[in-house]
Write a protein that binds this ligand. Structure first.
Ligand code: PLP
Length: 356
């Protein structure tokens, strides 16, 4: 039997969450962000779940070619742009839109000869100070590209540093608006957090990622309260149980010690599956349909759970590490991280199943 550790990806949840993004920004087109293997969900389920998206956005050129090979004919946007001139030719050949965020990328584009015209997303640095041109460079680059034969269309883009905080994107949005003043072309700014909070900044294209997978972009608002459906369940099974006496401890480093007689279960899931090693004793977990807690340190292949009050739980009982009944954001919070990181961390040995 295969090791019973799997993710179950719901294509209908992906589709429902995309519909939610559209309802929030009814006049915008939607780039469904599928970088990092669709936030760990896999490109093939993403293609089904996001079949109604206007375009798919990512950062990996090999995955972009896979999307074309799998039959995606609509736009694809490379969010970090080209890494070298060969990528510009690849983009032209596969009809991939390219972000241009630096002088170096501008030169790459302008040194690529005899390529098909490319859709270019010119990126403005609105305060993240990661990628993008400052205001004057932005306008110069725009003027340089506007009538260049290699450019099929020119869209104005930024990415907010603080859209998940109340009012956090206001200043960035004002800077972006000022930088774009009077320039022709479509605009795109909003990640998931801004889709929820900045209706006026939706512009022509929105770029939701995390919300499409059913997790919250905010630390203080649950996915359910935002109307999102979890698209990934991480499930496994109990493979052993142990009866502990007071003073018995559990796992490496004996990080948890029983103070009363208790039963624990051993789950076939550990950090080599992508479960966070930082998750402390007490992290929520669901066993045989009931909420309980982890005990002891997460190991490479296993973690342990408290079976107090779960007399029916036994070897073979289903364990949900996160999913429909246990939001990934709750596990992430207990482990001091965010849902994004947990989704992306699922490793290749975890089986991938299709859900409803
Ligand atoms: C990842 C990414 C997004 C999506 O962000 P979420 O917070 O997941 O919605 C949007 N735009 C850019 C440029 C990105 O890199």
């Amino acid at each position: 039997m295969a090791r019973p550790t799997s993710i179950v990806v719901s294509e209908s949840a992906l589709a429902d969450n995309l519909a939610t993004a559209r309802r929030l920004a009814p006049s915008s087109r939607v780039w469904a962000v599928v970088k990092a293997n669709a936030y760990g969900h896999g490109l093939e389920p993403a293609l089904v779940g996001f079949s109604a998206a206007d375009g798919l956005a990512l950062v990996e050129f090999d995955a972009a070619q896979d999307l074309r090979a799998l039959g995606w004919r609509r736009p694809i946007l490379m969010l970090e742009g080209a890494f070298d001139v060969d990528d510009v030719r690849l983009a032209a050949g596969h009809n991939l839109a390219l972000v241009v965020h630096s002088q170096a990328q501008l030169q790459m584009l302008l040194s690529a000869d005899a390529v098909q015209p490319i859709d270019v997303y010119l990126k403005f640095n609105s305060g993240m100070n990661r990628l993008g041109f400052d205001a004057s460079e932005f306008r110069r680059a725009h003027a340089r590209l506007l009538d260049d034969a290699r450019v099929r269309s020119l869209t104005l883009m930024t990415h907010f540093a603080n859209a998940d905080l109340p009012g956090g994107a206001d200043r960035s949005k004002a800077l972006f608006d000022a930088a774009c003043e009077g320039l022709p072309g479509d605009r795109t700014a909003c990640n998931s957090a801004a889709v929820f909070d900045l209706a006026q900044a939706q512009a022509h294209w929105i770029r939701p990622g995390i919300m499409l997978y059913g997790a919250s972009p905010f630390s203080d608002r649950s996915a359910a309260s935002l109307g999102l459906r979890s698209a990934m369940r991480l499930i496994s099974q109990l493979i052993a149980t142990q009866d502990l006496q007071p003073g018995d401890s559990v796992g490496y480093g004996s990080a948890f010690t029983a103070t009363a007689p208790m039963r624990i279960g051993v789950v076939a899931c550990g950090y080599a599956d992508g479960y966070p090693r930082h998750a402390p004793s007490g992290t929520p977990i669901q066993v045989a349909g009931r909420r309980t807690r982890t005990v002891g340190r997460v190991a490479m292949d296993m973690l342990m759970v408290d079976l107090s009050g779960l007399p029916d739980a036994n070897i073979g009982s289903e364990v949900e590490l996160w999913g429909d009944s246990l939001p990934i954001d709750e596990v992430a919070q207990a482990a001091g991280t965010i849902g994004y990181e947990l989704m992306c961390a699922i490793t290749p040995r975890v089986q991938r199943l299709r859900g409803s």
